[in-house]
Design a protein around this ligand. Structure first.
Ligand code: HEM
Ligand code: HEM
Length: 407
């Protein structure tokens, strides 16, 4: 069989590309659907599914990237080839419908994996792609906005793909079983075309325009609202609520790092308040006190944000706030906030060492500590450190202004 297409038949390269793409895509679809379903069950509390879900997502992504590479190769090859003419070109409506579905398939072959990849690259806390080429994409920033928009596009494009495949297969079977022509046979490996294309050929213009309009409609209607509403979730919009007290927090970050399946996942709380009273008095051990209240629901933790809110983790629905109350004590050159941290109804003694730089009425504070999530009964069902490490890193950095005295 010739490698190249001719005016009457598909060559071996086109056929190999066609069936390889079909195999990869038809594997990626059920893996994506099953893994997404499992992820929802984890959010509902079935945390013993984390290992299996990560495995299926890694498989889904790796096969998806292979499908993307194959689709690119296929398209480059198709551009350099003639296409054998249709066997039933005289039936214009049918031919235009088949052509439109082909263009939808070509679009979905690229848009589906690319949007999945962008979603993956824009977030952390992921099941890795099994390859040595890194997990990021040079043109994709780490951003919840980008990740959410890409996730919407991925969902929509995968639905276009599924519907198009159903129509495409129905068409192929109709040719084979009802029309009893060679359309399916000439795409099969090793088969040779025996029928010559019909003289009438409707051309690509109308199907291409139709598929373009469908793509614009679907992506415009589906992804545009996501893109417009997303700035509300954006990290840059996360502002501290001003705190009362001797010192007022101007800005700051409350970050945490977990280690999941061997990869660090960084997150932060965007809504927390701190009431700080502090007097720098070297003669005293106790120099003040602090009370921090954290809104658990304001946590963004890469792709595992939803899971973190679940009953086995922060149980946000029942325990929407964490509170840290501490005395500020002198500790060598620096200070330590020595007190109690209450998360999920568990009050645990905690020491947060921190450095303080005082410049007139401005104070810059940075501190770090490591907590053990088991002390707070967080992720109790995941008692395996390789899946989710017990240590959780906490980093605080804030700038506060001294509040002018009332008298
Ligand atoms: C041809 C290739 C691909 C197909 C057909 C495909 C299809 C799907 C499908 C059907 C789902 C379930 C969506 C739902 O029901 O909500 C899904 C989810 C997902 N896919 Fe893919 N996918 C492909 C490639 C990729 C690639 C290359 C990546 C990443 C590198 C990826 C990442 C994801 C992620 C993270 C989800 C979880 C749902 C979400 O977006 O939040 N996919 N995919
Ligand atoms: C994920 C799955 C699939 C994708 C993405 C896909 C995509 C495509 C595309 C884009 C074409 C047009 C080829 C060209 O432009 O020259 C095509 C042709 C064809 N496909 Fe598929 N296909 C898939 C699965 C299948 C399956 C399962 C069947 C069989 C039941 C099938 C049967 C055919 C046939 C017979 C043709 C030739 C049509 C003709 O000669 O006019 N495809 N496919």
């Amino acid at each position: 069989m010739p490698r190249r297409n001719s005016a009457i038949e598909y060559g071996s390269v086109t056929k190999t590309f066609h069936w390889l793409t079909a195999l990869l895509i038809l594997s990626a679809i059920p893996l994506g659907l099953i893994a997404t379903n499992l992820a929802h069950r984890i959010e509902a509390g079935e945390t013993d599914l984390i290992g299996l879900t990560t495995l299926l997502f890694s498989l889904h992504k790796t096969i998806g990237i292979a499908a993307f590479a194959t689709a690119l190769g296929r398209i480059i090859w198709a551009i350099s080839q003639p296409s054998p003419g249709l066997l039933n070109g005289a039936r214009r409506t049918e031919a235009n419908l088949a052509g439109t579905v082909h263009w939808l398939l070509y679009g979905a072959m690229l848009i589906t994996p690319l949007s999945g990849w962008v979603h993956h690259a824009a977030t952390s806390g992921f099941a890795p792609i099994w390859w040595p080429l890194g997990q990021t994409l040079f043109f994709v920033p780490q951003s919840a906005v980008v990740a959410d928009a890409a996730s919407t596009v991925h969902f929509l494009a995968s639905r276009v793909l599924i519907i198009s495949i159903l129509l495409h297969v129905a068409g192929a079977l109709k040719h084979h079983l009802i029309d009893k022509d060679d359309t399916l046979r000439r795409m099969l490996p090793l088969a040779k075309a025996t029928t010559t294309p019909s003289p009438a050929q409707p051309g690509h213009a109308l199907p291409l325009v139709a598929a373009g309009i469908i793509w614009l409609g679907i992506l415009g209607a589906g992804a545009a609202p996501a893109l417009i509403s997303l700035p509300a979730n954006s990290e840059s919009a996360a502002q501290q609520t001003a705190a009362a007290g001797d010192w007022q927090v101007e800005n700051g970050t409350l970050a945490l790092t977990i280690r999941q399946m061997g990869s660090d996942v960084a997150g932060k709380f965007s809504d927390w308040t701190a009431q700080i009273s502090f007097v720098d008095d070297p003669a005293q051990d106790r120099n003040g006190s602090v009370r921090v209240e954290v809104t658990i629901g304001s946590l963004s933790l890469g792709s595992v944000t939803g899971q973190a809110m679940g009953a086995d983790f922060f149980d946000e629905a029942k325990h929407p706030r964490a509170v840290f109350e501490a005395d500020i004590l002198r500790d060598g050159d620096g200070f330590v906030a020595d007190g109690t941290l209450s998360i999920k109804g568990n009050a645990v003694p905690v020491r947060l060492p921190f450095a303080l730089e005082l410049n007139g009425n401005q104070a810059d504070m940075t501190g770090e500590m490591t907590l053990d999530r088991r002390d707070f009964r967080i992720g109790a069902s995941v008692d395996e450190a390789g899946t989710l490490a017990f240590e959780v890193g906490i980093a605080v950095a804030l700038t506060a202004q001294r509040v002018a005295s009332a008298n």
